[in-house]
Design a protein around this ligand. Structure first.
Ligand code: GCB
Length: 646
């Protein structure tokens, strides 16, 4: 009894601080259909026009949103979701910097228009980078930052003139500046003896193509006027009792009653409550376990939240169902614990990247990637270098793939990007990220940045503020950032919970000399652990290999070289994972597109799969290793018994 009370107390304490520091005042639940909610997807072909005027501002000067886009000039078909860059044969569109315009007309169901008790919400899953949205010529939303969703309520607008179709115009600008996340700079070349008139370039400080456009689904959804705006769930367990602490936020009603029902996979009610917040107790709990750590990974309960409210005109009922995985996460000085058991990350770094669609959400690709992860025996990935689609995190929840959830803080290299404006925006992005992803059991850690110039003096204040803020938003998960700096000069390392270190021995340093890897990697680990006494993840390592290039003895860029680099790293991991190394994430899962540079041969080739998801020789090395690790550290489900014949 005492233990249960203590557990309840612990979960309530965590919950009491959860979300206090958030700058945002509304929720961002994933849109789901229910008996009270409808969803209308607007994916498919949109009308598109890039603003190629010299100042890229003609669209605003001539108010392209006021009429049909086709009336403003030539338009083309553009699929949504997709990056626009690789869709046409036009190099100027591939490399375009500035505003592009999307438009779509929608016929809205009559009931949405006539029923004043219906809220109609327009939601953009993500658009890169800065977006402005109009409905029938009136501005309804502005949003800064790719990779995260934004919404606008448009019911009153579409009711203004129910006879006209609803015209949605979205302008998207991919320009990156010192204060955007990721940062970049625009450089104008004014020397007319060397550059044509008006020539400028977008400089970036990260290693992937700056794909742009509407990358994730656009949709309309409805809720009743009184609705469930947000749900926050924190879980714990004691012995066989699961504890689900929850809080429901309601909008649009002065008073409302809430009924919360937690159901198991078979649909049986396992706990319920009539309070808007509280703790549900689940007897004989089935915990959420990572893939390959348990024979039944990714167990999810469903939490149905039913809200009832009334005003002088009507009564409202809203129903929203959230999936809930019951698990805990904690960190010691040498271990990462999931459900109080040591967890070793054997996984990958990914990108949202593929042929033709760039960073556009694509279901065949998502499912293929999960099949490859499982084939590989990977139990985890990092969302390098930005938040991935919610649909991907839902797959992780269901399949038990553990996620380090990274914000787009990649390439913070210029001292001016450590200033107040940048930090303020970075804090808002963390608010938006935690708001969106807080309820995913697969997300076990936040990463606030990748390889910033952490040795610069403002980095200490910047990262202390950012990490403190993130911990205040969510005290239930560890926080990190990914570093490649020298351990002695890294200003943010004292504030992270887990050290995540990237290194490319025998590639960017001592190219061609794989024999240096064991000694340099050993030194790296000993130095970092010696200074900070925190667990370490090798968050990146690898080598480029052009698929089909073979050399013996191994040479850089051949498949053999990539293999031998990996093997040399693995020797050291095997010594250190018995001490304080808690994971290894290969760079990268698949080849991906980058800007055109002399060091890149049509993109970064450090994938163990090609961009088309075919294995290189290194994939088999990793597969052997990951299944070996899983056999040693986990409990394999009977259906995944490792086929040892490679
Ligand atoms: C890194 C970066 C990653 C690059 C990789 C590389 O350290 O974090 O974005 O793509 O190295 O291949 O250079």
């Amino acid at each position: 009894m005492f233990l249960i009370l203590f557990g309840l107390f612990r979960v309530l304490c965590l919950f009491a601080v959860f979300h206090v520091a958030c700058l945002l005042d509304t929720g961002m639940l994933f849109p789901r259909e229910s008996s009270s909610r409808e969803v209308k997807e607007l994916n498919g072909l949109w009308v598109f026009r890039a603003d190629k005027s010299p100042n890229r501002n003609e669209g605003f000067e001539r108010a392209w949103y006021k009429s049909r886009l086709a009336q403003t000039g030539p338009v083309i078909d553009m699929p949504v979701p997709a990056s626009y860059n690789d869709i046409t044969q036009d190099a100027t569109l591939r490399d375009f910097v500035g505003w592009v315009w999307y438009e779509r007309e929608v016929v809205v169901p009559a009931r949405w228009v006539t029923d004043e008790g219906v809220r109609v919400v327009l939601r953009v899953g993500s658009a890169h980078y800065f977006s402005v949205v109009w409905v029938n010529g009136l501005k309804v939303a502005e949003h800064e930052g790719g990779h995260l969703p934004f919404e606008a309520e448009i019911g009153t607008l579409i009711r203004k003139d129910p006879t006209t179709p609803c015209r949605i115009t979205i302008a998207v600008n991919n320009t990156l500046t010192l204060n955007t996340l990721p940062p970049g700079t625009i450089q104008h070349m004014d020397d007319h003896t060397r550059y044509p008139d008006g020539f400028f370039v977008q400089n970036i400080y990260f290693d992937f193509f700056n794909y742009a456009g509407i990358h994730r689904p656009v949709l309309l959804y409805t809720t009743p006027k009184a609705y469930v705006d947000d749900i926050t769930v924190v879980t714990d367990f004691l012995d066989n009792i699961g504890l689900v602490s929850y809080k429901v936020s309601v909008q649009g009603a002065a008073t409302a009653t809430v009924k919360v029902t937690l159901m198991d996979k078979e649909g049986h009610c396992v706990a319920s409550s009539s309070e808007p917040s509280g703790v549900l107790k689940v007897v004989d709990v089935k915990l959420w376990w990572p893939y390959l750590m348990h024979e039944n990974p990714g167990y999810l309960y469903s939490m149905e939240v039913r809200l009832m409210a009334a005003d002088e005109r009507s009564t409202y009922e809203d129903v929203y169902t959230l999936t809930v995985g019951i698990r805990t996460v904690s960190v010691t000085s040498t271990q990462f614990l999931i459900n109080k058991k040591p967890f070793y990350f054997h996984g990958v770094n990914k990108h949202e990247d593929s042929d033709i669609r760039g960073k556009g959400l694509d279901w065949p690709l998502i499912v293929k990637d999960f099949n490859l992860l499982k084939w590989l025996g990977a139990n985890s990935f990092r969302t390098s270098h930005y938040p991935y689609a919610e649909e991907i995190l839902q797959m992780c929840d269901r399949h038990g793939i553990v996620v380090i959830d990274e914000c787009p803080g990649v390439g913070i290299k210029d001292i001016r990007s450590f200033g107040n404006a940048s930090l303020t925006h970075h804090l808002v992005v963390m608010d938006e990220l935690v708001r969106r992803d807080k309820n995913h059991p697969s997300v076990v850690m936040w990463s606030v940045a990748n390889e910033p110039a952490a040795e610069m003096s403002p980095a200490e204040f910047y990262f202390k503020t950012l990490i403190d803020h993130t911990k205040a938003l969510d005290p239930t998960r560890p926080v990190t950032y990914i570093t490649d700096s020298n351990y002695a000069r890294d200003k943010g390392a004292p504030y992270v919970d887990v050290l995540c270190v990237n290194s490319y021995f025998s590639w960017y340093h001592d190219p061609g000399h794989v024999e240096v890897i064991p000694i340099q990697l050993n030194t790296q680990f000993e130095d970092w652990y010696g200074k900070y006494q925190k667990p370490i993840i090798q968050s990146e390592y690898g080598a480029d290999a052009v698929s089909g290039v073979h050399t013996d003895p191994p040479m850089m860029f051949s498949e053999e070289y990539q293999k031998i680099v990996l093997k040399n790293y693995h020797k050291v991991f095997d010594q250190k994972r018995k001490q304080y190394v808690i994971g290894e994430l290969i760079w990268n899962f698949a080849d991906f597109m980058t800007a055109q540079e002399i060091t890149r041969v049509v993109g970064n080739k450090k994938g163990i799969f090609t961009r088309q998801r075919q294995p290189k020789a290194a994939a088999f090395i990793l597969k052997e290793r990951y299944w070996g690790l899983a056999n040693e550290t986990g409990r394999l489900p009977p259906w995944t018994k490792y086929p040892c014949s490679l």
